[in-house]
Unconditional design. Structure first.
Length: 206
């Protein structure tokens, strides 16, 4: 999938050299591939970007995806995150469970990349406080999720891991409870890939 996008980028570069319209060509490329600052999702895209049954590793089972728009999206974001939700236009959720363990996938689409960045910064600020890290044995988790920015933490009481990502103006929150760090990492990478794939107008099914 990424190879195809690179090929498109090469073609756009050739177009630029022939026409000299660099700005227009790059804008067209962003809109066609969902790459760069223009990455976003519409209401249908949010529903499609949430993981399918085939994406959820056994023995986890998922509920039906839930999405909200407008004021409903802001209200949902406010209930589920400890951060300002100014600029949220769409929200989405899919819960997956396996016994006592669970992984929730939340998506929030903002009106701008700057608003999305601010939201991630506010959401993760609490986890970086020394007293919180000491009380819950919080440890930063570093890995390449495929997102533009990634903030992740493991914790105990109970065991779990949270991953906060931004892909363009889309914020993804992967919340794992009773799961090891490896499961959270795997889930986050899958979610970031689905966001990029859907935003680019491709079918994420393999």
């Amino acid at each position: 999938m990424r190879t195809g996008l690179r090929a498109t980028a090469v073609a756009a570069t050739l177009l630029i050299s022939l026409t000299g319209c660099a700005g227009d060509a790059l804008d067209a490329l962003d809109e066609a591939t969902g790459e760069g600052d223009n990455i976003s999702l519409d209401a249908t895209g949010v529903g499609r970007a949430l993981p399918r049954d085939t994406d959820v590793v056994d023995p986890f089972q998922g509920s039906e995806p839930v999405t909200a728009e407008g004021a409903g999206a802001v209200e949902f974001c406010t209930r589920r995150t400890d951060a300002p939700c100014e600029g949220v236009t769409l929200s989405g959720l899919r819960e997956t469970v396996a016994g006592e363990a669970r992984v929730d996938y939340l998506l929030f689409v903002f009106g701008s990349q700057e608003q999305a960045t601010t939201h991630v910064e506010k959401m993760t600020a609490g986890w970086k406080k020394a007293d919180v890290q000491k009380k819950r044995s919080v440890k930063p988790l570093t890995f390449d999720s495929g997102a533009d920015t990634t903030e992740a933490f493991t914790y105990s009481d109970p065991e779990g891991a949270n991953v906060y990502m931004r892909v363009g103006s889309v914020v993804s929150y992967v919340a794992g409870s009773g799961v090891p760090a490896e499961k959270a990492q795997e889930s986050a990478k899958m979610q970031a890939d689905r966001i990029r794939t859907i935003a680019a107008g491709h079918d994420p099914k393999k």
